[in-house]
Write a protein that binds this ligand. Structure first.
Ligand code: MG
Length: 159
């Protein structure tokens, strides 16, 4: 069995009047993440971790932010496509681990729902997905609540 690890990072600005979607879960806020797609930075970081582990180009290569087909698209659809790309190359996802950095809103109460949504999209069990939320302790623009960022790692195996 051959194992491959991958890392992903993403950040999007918080703006008024956009829906806030993280890990496929919609938050009840009057602000959200700015971007071409639904701007779900957690799901984007996970996509890049999976693609990186498979030695494939990043999410921007597969889903260019200049393509109107991806305007406001549900990032769970992008994640499903990424899983299909790596599965087609013989890889199986062993596990994913990710952290969200957000000063607001409180992420912790939604972690279980986010895990469930990500498990649906990846075909993993919720127990195979690690998910944490932290703040930036008031430091820098993340700490001022101007953006939300996410880091992810993924382990793939191939027989
Ligand atoms: Mg992104």
């Amino acid at each position: 069995m051959k194992y491959r690890i991958g890392h992903g990072y993403d950040i999007h600005r918080l703006v008024p009047g956009r829906p806030l979607i993280l890990g496929g879960v919609r938050f009840a806020t009057d602000y959200g993440l700015d971007g071409h797609s639904d701007a779900d930075c957690l799901t984007h970081a996970i996509c890049d971790a999976l693609l990186g582990a498979a030695g494939l180009p990043d999410i921007g290569h597969f889903f260019p932010n200049t393509d109107p087909a991806y305007k406001n698209i549900d990032s769970q659809l992008l994640l499903r496509r990424v899983v299909a790309e790596i599965t087609a190359r013989g890889f199986t996802i062993a596990n994913i681990d990710a952290s969200v950095i957000a000063e607001k809103p409180k992420i912790y109460p939604h972690l279980a729902a986010m895990k469930a949504a990500l498990a649906q999209s990846t075909g993993l069990l919720p127990a195979e997905i690690g998910l944490k939320a932290t703040t930036n302790e008031g430091v820098d623009d993340l700490g001022r609540g101007l953006a939300i960022a996410a880091h992810a790692v993924a382990l793939l195996s191939r027989a």
